[in-house]
Design a protein around this ligand. Structure first.
Ligand code: ABU
Length: 366
């Protein structure tokens, strides 16, 4: 029986990966957690329903571009099994009029060593998204005797999980920034809630963004669940919509991180990197002024890259400035046309989840 699951960071040589699918994707109805996330001026405010079929087909075409690029480099690709995401869902604690999608996998699955854990998302519409990955988890379970198939404690997502009336559509950008600086987010601390894309894995250290999708109780939960690892909370006061660390603080190889120039870490949080001689450089400007239509994410998906090994990185094909910077930083750049998949939840890193990278649990911050 083979070892199928192993990954401790985002840069060791990638051998097996999950790539999402756009099929049946929905724009979900507003709910406490999503209202806060959608930018005030977004054309998506107040709309919900099935995403237009042509955009789904085009998004899937882009994901096929990514599949081909990684398969050409010898990486095994696995795909989820989409559900009919337009179904209404309910638990004893809440009802929601639809689910969302199985994009992007990076939000749902967290791989640490030989364990893949389904996350504890704060969006009600994402409560059952893990089911799309369960056939793969069963396959890994059957084929890899060391694989740990795990589900984080399921949040109840009652109204107590959110600050009542937290979101007000008249809120200005400045007011949002004050909230970020004050670490005042829409979720409460009644239970751990987290998106896997808020967790940056660096061997013995987990750097976890505290923001709209991950709360402080989650950090405490992580530290108790992984007593052998060190958990560090990170805050990025320049981000009015802080979700997911992978368009903000992105390692390329041991000792090198690109950092969103508008989202520097809060005071004191760079110290551990500086003390260990890591270079943290501002990422290049995005090539676009606006995200594509019907997209929740910012233009900074430009830096949401997929590192194949410490010398090779996939960057979105239209992101010429980011490609040029990667080249100057000594990386071989593989451009992949993926921009029309952005509306389904993110860029190259978001669209994937690690299954196997070479290497073990190193201490990069001794
Ligand atoms: N899922 C990453 C989104 C981050 C951003 O919108 O900048």
């Amino acid at each position: 029986m083979a070892k199928i699951v192993n990954s401790w960071n985002d840069w060791d040589p990638l051998k097996r990966v999950i790539v999402g699918r756009c099929d049946n994707s929905m724009i979900p109805p507003e709910e406490p957690a999503t209202s806060e996330k959608v930018p005030v001026d977004s054309e998506m405010r107040g709309m919900w329903g099935l995403r237009p079929l042509a955009t789904v087909e085009r998004g899937n075409e882009c994901l096929e571009n990514l599949v081909k690029a990684v398969e050409d480099r010898g990486v095994v690709v696995d795909r989820p099994t989409p559900l009919q995401w337009n179904q209404a869902i309910g638990t004893p604690d809440f009802r929601n009029d639809s689910m969302m999608t199985c994009m992007p996998p990076r939000d749902i699955l967290l791989t640490i060593g030989n364990e893949i854990m389904a996350s504890a998302n704060s969006f009600r519409c994402r409560y059952f998204e893990y089911l799309a990955y369960w056939p793969l988890m069963k396959q890994y379970f059957d084929e890899d005797p060391e694989f740990k198939w795990t589900q984080a404690p399921r949040p109840r997502l009652t109204d107590a999980s959110y600050k009542h009336n937290y979101y007000d559509e008249k809120i200005t950008l400045e007011e949002r920034l004050v909230r970020t600086a004050n670490k005042d987010f829409v979720t409460t601390e009644v239970e751990p809630m987290w998106d896997a894309a808020d967790v940056m894995r660096m061997g013995k250290d987990l750097f976890i963004q505290h923001g709209l999708t991950t709360n402080r109780t989650a950090m405490e939960w992580f530290q108790r669940y992984y007593p052998e690892l060190r958990v560090h909370a990170m805050n990025f006061p320049g981000d009015p919509y802080p979700i997911h660390i992978d368009a903000t603080f992105v390692p390329l190889r041991p000792g090198l991180i690109i950092n969103n120039p508008h989202r520097h870490p809060a005071e004191g949080q760079l110290a551990i990197f500086e003390a260990n001689d890591w270079e943290v450089v501002d990422a290049a400007q995005p090539a676009h002024d606006e995200p594509p239509a019907l997209c929740y994410s910012s233009v900074w998906l430009s830096m949401n890259c997929l590192v194949l090994d410490p010398k090779t990185v996939i960057v979105e094909a239209s992101e010429v400035h980011q490609q040029e910077q990667m080249d100057k930083l000594g990386m071989n750049v593989v451009p992949v046309d993926l921009r029309d998949a952005y509306p389904f939840g993110g860029g190259l890193h978001c669209s994937t989840a690690d299954v196997y990278r070479e290497g073990g649990c190193e201490d990069y911050f001794p």
